[in-house]
Design a protein around this ligand. Sequence first.
Ligand SMILES: [Zn+2]
Length: 224
Amino acid sequence: MTQLFTRAGTARTANCTGGYSYTSKCTRCGGAGGRPEWNHSGYVCFLCGGSGVGKVKVDKLYTAEQNAKLDATAAKRAEASTAKTNAINAEFVAKLQGLDGDFWVGFRESFLARAKAPTERQIALVDAEVAKRAKAPSQHFGYIGDKVTLTLTCERELRLESQFGTSWMSICRDAAGNVVIYKGNADFLRQGDTGEVKATIKEHAVYNGVAQTMIMRPKVTQAA
Ligand SMILES: [Zn+2]
């Protein structure tokens, strides 16, 4: 007769229709029936009543060939899953490598150091940044002190609290996709608004690798 094995590889002879039937040890006391640590509440195991005997279990049995086939299938599945993870990682890392700026360099380094698959949140964060930058790489324009007329869209307004009170930082883009920042309390475009703005160029800055032109004394001359 062909030798049969459990899935784990132990040789067994079938003793019931389902495979190899046996009485397991009690899962609580491990077959001892009791434990000295339980002395204060009574030595005897309450789960098996001191018999040490657990449930009757049946292990399915396989031929060596069946086990080998199942092993091969499991290995193939594991390999496919690893390949998929690696592909996701490679794509993610390639995107990260395209993002300059301190924040993204740090993000990339700590991601690679952990050697783990990216979370959905991380993927969404990087995709959003890649999409944002693909729109138009921001460039500085004008000279400090220049008076300019710009068509701006206010993409985000941030409330800044300090000991001097509340002020606002408005993150905008001009028609060419350049980032323009206004910080202060002047009557300005609200988030989501587009309008024509007269202002003076205050400073050229770089934040997270993105060129930002800071403006001051803005006047909204025409709201779109
Ligand atoms: Zn027990």
